[in-house]
Design a protein around this ligand. Sequence first.
Ligand SMILES: Cc1ncc(COP(=O)(O)O)c(C=O)c1O
Length: 387
Amino acid sequence: MHFSKRSEEIQPFHVMDILARARKLEREGRSVIHMEIGEPDFNTPQPIVDAGIAALQSGYHHYTPALGLPALRSKIAAYYRDQYGEAVSSSRVAVTPGSSGALQLLIALLVNPGEEVLMGDPGYPCNRHFTRLFEGRVVSIPVTAAERFQLTARLVEQHWSDRSRVVMISSPSNPTGTVIDAEELERIAAVVAERGGALIVDEIYQGLVYGDESTTAVNLQGQVYVVNSFSKYYGMTGWRLGWLVAPEVAMDGLDRLAQNLFLAAPTPSQYAALEALEPETALVLKKRRDQFQQRRDFLYSALIKLGFKIDHLPEGAFYLYADCSNFSEDSSQFAMELLEQAGVAITPGKDFSTLDPDRWVRFAYTTSLQQLQQGVDRIAQFVEPLR
Ligand SMILES: Cc1ncc(COP(=O)(O)O)c(C=O)c1O
């Protein structure tokens, strides 16, 4: 058997081992509180489901144009106008199979073999792997609580080399939930533009920002690409639908890549998503966001009381990235034992970091307050003897 070097170098999600073990324990009759899962526990809002069913019944079973259904591209453009006051032409929008499809298109568009993509560590692991897939070189830049786990213009300047082409930012971030400061992001865009590079800003958790209003990078200076998705805020993970906003000059290349890589995003999902951007759905989604915020507030204080270290109150997404070094120097072992002994599933830092994985674990508050409360009680008993 012969497999490519790239396929062998791409790492699995370690959390899948935790999830598989959790499911096995559940089959054996054990109860498990799930705080490892990076998707909303809520189902897709009903108006979206109804629109998906109607699309199937109306015979929308065929390909759409590679860059997406024109009506959906227009609606996404209108979303930026209505929510953020940003003018975006629908011709700059491409609809993709999840934001995963968008990220792959962009790396394919922007990176030649051996060219560098700069990203913060900890960060969303697939970005490393997409870069590897297209033979780019990942430059992992350590970001700490001091920078709210986000890149800064200074860090980008320090790590930029002759071979650097792209900087990737996720805000709010997975795994830390932190939001990049809007002015810092502008400074980063300026640094990247001066050097002729491209900036990719992943805004997939943009709908899930608590407190302050969220912002968007769609019209920042230079060659800026924004990625977003119907997965998280709109509760549509399984529909596989995302989008990107790109400079006009990039659309031809993106169109050719999309035609070849996946032909088009799923058609029924695109029709369903037209409903995701309607006011009726917005009301449901806002209520859900309030629930996520309550969960964040509860879990943040509870974990700190237990002795986890979290220097920042994350403003978004549904994750808390916590330092567990008061209890263990090996976060993978900590996560496995927490599951085996206490029945709580969380994600170890090694899924997000190659530079400093062992002190960190990620808690996802993608389960009810009641379940979170029960999880916290179990964690309290588990860590008591480890103090
Ligand atoms: C930061 C970030 N970007 C992109 C994705 C991909 O999501 P999807 O392909 O479902 O849009 C995820 C999923 O967890 C994520 O956390």
